[in-house]
Design a binder for this molecule. Structure first.
Ligand code: 4NP
Length: 176
């Protein structure tokens, strides 16, 4: 029997050292916990080139580690046009990331290109409270910004995994 192809997901931010590696680490854990590690592949990239080859920001790594996510093996790379051919989902963190990705698009993309927070579960954070549109860049801010990023990403990756399972006929993870 042919092995089912992996569904591939690429998270994209500016530097690929704070937001998208955090999304990468969280999503990998959620995928593994759902027993889908063989079916869903996860990667991340930045639209900028400054940090290529470097590990994630020490603050992002520390805050993620406090929640049990290991970002230490990840290394920054730059988004490239060939990524349109390699990934079923391309998920930018903010509208500028989205515009920078679209600027590299030379033909229609057959996958899902959507902002990370488009996948927030309905009613997040609670009814009546404004829903954020972008994952804010924590790089120049304080420690609480990294916690806010993790809160948003944990919720949005849960919604993303549910979307992947639905579109690709995978078994829904429990609780999604
Ligand atoms: P990220 O954060 O896009 O979430 O990785 C940033 C990291 C580095 C820079 C900007 C944002 N920078 O200007 O170097």
């Amino acid at each position: 029997m042919t092995k089912p192809a992996k569904v591939s997901v690429l998270f994209v931010c500016l530097g690929n050292i704070c937001r998208s590696p955090s999304a990468d680490g969280i999503m990998r854990r959620q995928v593994a916990d759902a027993g889908l590690a063989g079916l869903v592949a996860v990667d991340s990239a930045g639209t900028g080139q400054w940090h290529v080859g470097k590990g994630p920001d020490a603050r992002a790594t520390a805050h993620a580690a406090q929640r049990g996510y290991d970002l230490s093996p990840l290394r920054a790379r730059q988004f490239k046009a060939a990524d349109f051919d390699r990934f079923d989902y391309i998920i930018p963190m903010d509208r500028q990331n989205l515009a920078d990705i679209e600027a590299q698009q030379v033909r229609p993309y057959g996958g899902q290109l959507a902002l990370m927070l488009d996948y927030l579960p309905a009613g997040y954070p609670k009814p009546g409270v404004e829903v954020p549109v972008e994952v804010p860049d924590p790089y120049y801010g304080g420690e609480d910004g990294f916690e806010q990023v993790l809160d948003l990403l944990e919720a949005a990756t849960t919604g993303l995994l549910a979307d992947i399972c639905q579109r690709h006929g995978l078994t829904q993870p429990s609780g999604a």
